[in-house]
Design a protein around this ligand. Structure first.
Ligand code: GLC
Ligand code: CA
Length: 565
């Protein structure tokens, strides 16, 4: 029996598939994935069994940051399609029972956005400049940036206005991504218009980029970088409200989301939203509250090493936090910003105290580690599958990143000339960046570009080894990662019940097993150890993350789903 949630709560236990449009499927053969490509692959998504897709940005963009540099929030990039293509894609997904979420990037626009172009032209002190964050430079000629702050992507966080007037603009990310001034009413109104535009076009919700960043207090005196950097780390580790940060996780940001929530609730069912908020655990609830965005990614689980204790602690903490604010958990192991988890689990552990606190820092850290040739590909995939089956069994929703269902590894074979991530360029190659998880998908092993597109080569190089992960190959193999995901998603629909979890404790203190029960007799055993264990008595095996199940044993580093006999 399928557990039915009220329509308004569809997102609470949904499986949402993240599509990175330009790397998904290329219908017109120009090397860049497009909306028609997505439409052509709807049968695949339907068979996979996802409830919704979230599309990373497909808006007009110079692609200086993979589309997170948006030139027009209410249109489709001509390189990727048209608004008609968007309608066709949505209708096809809807017919297949799949909802659509789009990505909203409110912290910054592209420097190609008409407002920014107008701001540069209109000059110092103009009304047009007030929509962004312009300041005079330091020094006699104003040729020094207003502060010594660094961009998250490396280099200065300020660039000259380009009109020779001694002014500089603030960009937390790339210089092509000027930050908006969220105190300006035009900015507030325009984003409401954008949300309504997509809401009226039938989307079911939004993923909110850099949700912790919009509200800023840029009044003088601004701290120097050293002070700011220390404050950021303290804020991320221990977000208590007294730590007032000029641009990070400020309380006023929630006024913005409350105004959005009013708009969301005018739809039936209400639109949902999930925050990308890299904030301390005690601050996450503010983003996920029902008068705000409603949901926030639990990135914590992405930071765990493959150890029972780390996961148990993280799951308990995340569930308690979500319960307290009546939101649901949002589990995620991979996305377009972090190393693919099949590779991450093939690297040596990272001691917890050394973990970088922000997502970008984490990825840079792991990417640099990945250059070490000793990645355990087989073990990485085995552990990745076990962790995916574990999070899919937890109460709450799960976000899947395109290609993880194929067990894809991070691609390291990308030459410096081919790299696109601004992080690589801005750090002069010191930090490798995020291109390795954004390489286009392999669909058919023996076709040109592995079936991604029949024309030009993919915009990021697809190494030969990708053919063994192609959809057609995995489709034929009953124990492939793809078939493990398909089976898990199908079963999950039947097994999912109320958002409750009960741990079943083992008497053996050294046990490497996590064992929990969900309502309706569904039990889950995760064997973190290397040696096989017995299936508990009286249980029937429903699904296993492992390749094959031999003689009723649960192999090492494997998750199984069981049901009471
Ligand atoms: C978010 C996105 C990332 C992007 C950044 C700037 O973290 O996920 O891909 O580079 O914001 O928009
Ligand atoms: Ca294309």
């Amino acid at each position: 029996m399928v557990y039915l949630l009220p329509d308004a709560d569809w997102w609470r236990q949904a499986v949402i598939y993240q599509i990175y449009p330009r790397s998904f499927a290329d219908a017109n053969g120009d090397g860049i994935g497009d909306l028609k490509g997505i439409t052509s692959r709807v049968p695949y998504l339907k068979q996979l069994g996802v409830d919704a897709v979230w599309l990373s940005p497909f808006y007009p963009s110079a692609l200086k940051d993979g589309g997170y540099d948006v030139a027009d929030y209410r249109d489709v990039d001509p390189k990727i399609g048209t608004l008609e293509d968007f309608n066709e894609m949505s209708a096809t997904l809807k017919q297949a029972g799949i909802k659509v979420m789009v990505d909203i990037v409110p912290n910054h626009s592209s420097d190609d956005h008409e407002w920014f172009q107008a701001a540069v032209k209109a000059g110092k002190g103009s009304a047009e400049r007030a929509r962004y964050i312009f300041r005079d430079g330091l020094g006699e000629n104003k040729d020094q940036p207003p502060t010594d702050w660094l961009s998250i992507f490396g280099g200065s966080a300020w660039s000259p206005s380009g009109s020779d007037d001694g002014q500089w603009y603030f960009h937390w990310f790339d210089s092509s991504q000027p930050d908006f001034n969220w105190e300006h009413s035009d900015v507030k109104e325009d984003f409401l218009k954008t949300l309504k535009f997509w809401g009226d076009r039938g989307v079911s919700g939004f993923r909110i980029d850099v949700a912790h960043g919009l509200a800023k207090d840029m009044s003088e005196p601004l701290p120097n970088w050293e002070t700011l950097d220390k404050l950021t780390t303290r804020k991320l580790q221990n977000g208590n409200a007294e730590l007032v940060h000029p641009i990070y996780d400020r309380d006023e940001v929630h006024e913005i989301y409350q105004s959005w929530r009013k708009l969301f609730n005018q739809y039936n069912p209400p639109l949902m939203a999930v925050a990308e908020a890299w904030v301390a655990p005690d601050r996450k609830g503010l983003y996920a509250s029902s008068d705000g965005l409603g949901q926030a990614f639990s990135f914590d689980i992405l930071l765990c090493n493959f150890h029972k204790e780390e996961y148990e602690e993280c799951i308990n903490r995340s569930l308690a936090a979500a319960r307290e604010i009546k939101s649901s958990n949002t589990w995620v192991l991979s996305n377009h910003d972090v190393m693919r988890h099949a590779s991450r689990f093939g690297l040596p552990d990272v001691p917890n105290e050394n973990l970088p606190v922000s997502q970008v820092a984490l990825n840079v850290f792991l990417q640099n580690k990945l250059q070490d040739p000793k990645v355990d590909v087989e073990g990485g995939l085995r552990r990745a599958r076990a962790m995916t089956m574990m999070i899919l069994a937890l109460p709450g929703s799960t976000y899947i990143y395109q290609g993880e269902e194929l067990g894809l590894q991070e691609v390291v074979e990308i030459s410096p000339e081919e790299r696109q991530d601004p992080i690589f360029r801005r750090t002069e190659g010191h930090d490798i960046g995020r291109d390795g998880c954004r390489v286009p998908l392999p669909w058919v092993s023996n076709e040109k570009n592995f079936g991604y597109g029949s024309g030009k080569s993919a915009h990021l190089p697809q190494p030969d080894w990708m053919s063994q992960y192609a959809v057609d190959v995995e489709d034929r193999d009953p124990s492939s990662t793809l078939n493990v995901y398909r089976k898990a998603l199908e079963l999950r629909k039947e097994l999912q019940g109320p958002e409750e979890l009960e741990w079943i404790k083992n008497d053996d203190a050294n046990s490497d097993i996590l064992h929990f029960k969900r309502p309706g007799g569904w039990e889950v055993v995760v064997n973190f150890g290397k040696t096989e264990i017995n299936i508990p008595a009286g249980q029937v095996l429903l699904n296993s993350s492992g390749k094959a199940l031999e003689n009723d044993k649960i192999p090492g580093e494997t998750t199984v789903w069981l049901k009471n006999e």
